[in-house]
Design a protein around this ligand. Sequence first.
Ligand code: LLP
Length: 857
Amino acid sequence: MAPTNRFVVLKFGGTSVATAARWRAIHEISQARRRDGFQVVIVVSALSGVTNLLQAIIDATGASVRQQALTDIRSKHEQLLDSLGLAMPESVVRQLAELAALVEQASDLSAKLDWQARLMAQGELLSSQLGVALFRHWQTEADWLDSRQVLQAIDEENQSDWGRWLSVNCQCQRQPIWNQRLLAEASTHIAPGFMARNADGQTVILGRGGSDTSAAYLGAVLGAERVEIWTDVAGMFSADPRQVPEARLLGELDFEEAQEITTTGAKVLHPRSIGPVRETDTPLWIKDTNRPDLAGTVICAKTKERAPSIKAISQRKGVVLVSMETLGMWNQVGFLADVFAAFKQHGLSVDLIGSAETNVTVSLDPSENLVNSNVLEALCTDLAKVCRVKVIGPCAAITLVGRGMRAMLSRLSAVFGEVGSRRVHLISQSSNDLNLTFVVDESEAVGLLGNLHQALVHAGVMRVDDMAVFGPSWSSLYRSEHSAPTPWWQTEQAALLDVAAGRSPRYVYHADTIRERAQALRAISSVDRWFYAQKANDHASVLKLIAEAGLDIECVSPGELAQAQAAAPKAARLYTPNFASADELRAACTQATELSVDAVQALQFAPDAYAGRRILLRLDLGVGRGHHDKVRTGGARSKFGIALNDLPAALQAAQAAGAIVYGLHAHLGSGILDLGHFREVYAHLASLAERIPSVAVLNIGGGLGVPYWPDERPLDLAALAATLAEVKAAYPQFELWMEPGRFLVAEAGVLLTRVTQIKHKQGVQFVGVDAGMHVLARPALYEAYHGIWNLSKAGQPADTLVTVVGQICESGDVLGRDRRIAAPEVGDVLLLSHAGAYGAVMASQYNRRPAADEVML
Ligand code: LLP
């Protein structure tokens, strides 16, 4: 292949160069880039473990330790070559000799920083020489490139001696002369990472993350088309995957976001490597050496148009806070200057700052500071001259990163709730609108990252549904987990388009899905009776199907009782009214098989309705649960149920009315995916029931949730069965009833609606449809998420960012904001998923727009 002026820099880290197999992968990847027409420069780290051995040589006090480290380094390289049956190449022999000579000087020079820099450089010098030999062995032209010739360190003000030798920054201007020199050799170049030269031509070190940074500098100097950082994960994730396996691969980030994420804790890329590529606008890719097929993360200046979203949540540990308190601070000129001068004097760089009238608190990040107790003590002594000082630590700093953070604050209540339950020392939000950081005690941070990640997804502020930004989860990439089954509506596209041709908007229900759900529930043997909460969907064909599957029906009004009677006459009816009038109760109780009473007053003002009947008392167990505040039906603010302290009065009223308290009932909310809830309610009711001899039944309500968001996990029914069975074993005397609605029908229903107009307004593409909040109220009412799919363009990439709205005269008439669908046109049919529960039943005639009709498939 003729040389071209297109350069790519590939960087491989310590584990990626540690075995022959890994070097083969490097060889293949670089050959693939050459086939694509690139001039390739490879930057390598030292073989894994070697840098630590070199540090041990510096730190060692005795010659034997140094000799051992030297032997270990040599044998690491030998073993690699042995595994290929190769003798040690001359270049590596020479390099090892140089290393041995340096080690010889250790007793005299080990305190000297220039010697340390030369010694630390040996790992990369060895690995790069070894790489050239291997490439040549595989018949690929390769040349060694001394990165010290290309990269020159810059002298900086305030630089410590240590920094001048062991943690330098380099110039990153484009230098076309290097392109010409490398092109003249026309081969693949392999360069040592981690090092540069100073103005006197001596070897200096880039410091931690040095090889990433070398690659970025080389990319900048060469004007490379891109820099690729090859590592052992697919890229940057929305959280540290070791703590949050469901963290998502970030497909694309801009430089600023990437800088924030790396600086605040992500380990995959060193934060210093972003500066050079950002300055020269060079895209940087992160790729997995073991899985080159994976797209990885692309970091670049201009990203695709996308939904505002929190991209990542990261955590730094070992953070120390210094809290400074003074009454004299108010209006006092120069206080902060004095304080910060002390930090500067002790070589401590300040990270976060929070201030109040009489207090300033700052954080010191261990990655930037040599925070040891001596330094801190000395600092505190100085600070004590101007204020009262308190050191708080170790702390953890948790940071949310995403562009447009401020606009998302209103939706972070779950996050504030989760963090607020711990001791928060400091909250900081910078004016670049990219991050929000909480500092808590390190001991309080355990498990926090996972909970917050989940809360962000549920609150709709981490938009994992936006495939242009969020790739697959770490667990789906690296753990063999079976993926979710294809939803029915994706395989019924033709039938659905036929249905949509008849009328629009239209709800369509899938009988097989409802049947399958009913069977799955009935297989849970510890539940003795199932009542379907018909408020979720009372279409006659749905009720009929569910009754045929052996479920009874829960009704809340005379209208529902009549509907159940007509559609499923054989099913028993449980009547669960709320604030019904005495007249309604008298009439409706005669239509029901089972009665639930949720107010003492009902028994008092309509005792005749209950005389001689067996009843369940609906209790408020003091907490509400569910997917949104508006669906939580327990606790002091909720209008439902009998408070526990009114239970004796309710028992008395029941007795006075001549009713038999046959059961206890609690339904605390809707859309619950946490199994612990059902166990708690069951156990709580059972413990109460033990004291009421007439009670034979416990009804633990509905509330079984379904995953609306792409990332939510479905309820594990087997685990639910096990949990219920466990409680049942403790209280075998009670019959168990449940009354789910959503679980049976939500995923069985879709809403089909036609595009009426498309309007581009100030950067937003509004797609109008003939459904709206009058047809599907859930998004407007609960900010509920329903997946949206362009059915007419199935098979085309879902790459257009749109906001789907209805025709109602309300700004809240939005069915989905910032969604990615296949490019829509007027007349296309859009499908909203998960619309089988609380869809058609909640429709209104607002604006005199017609309701959707309903069809069973
Ligand atoms: N039992 C009682 C007494 C209820 O009030 C409800 C629902 C259920 C059972 C059934 O709950 P499910 O299994 O469907 O979660 N419109 C809201 C849901 C309101 C639920 C009202 N009560 C939504 O669209 O999310």
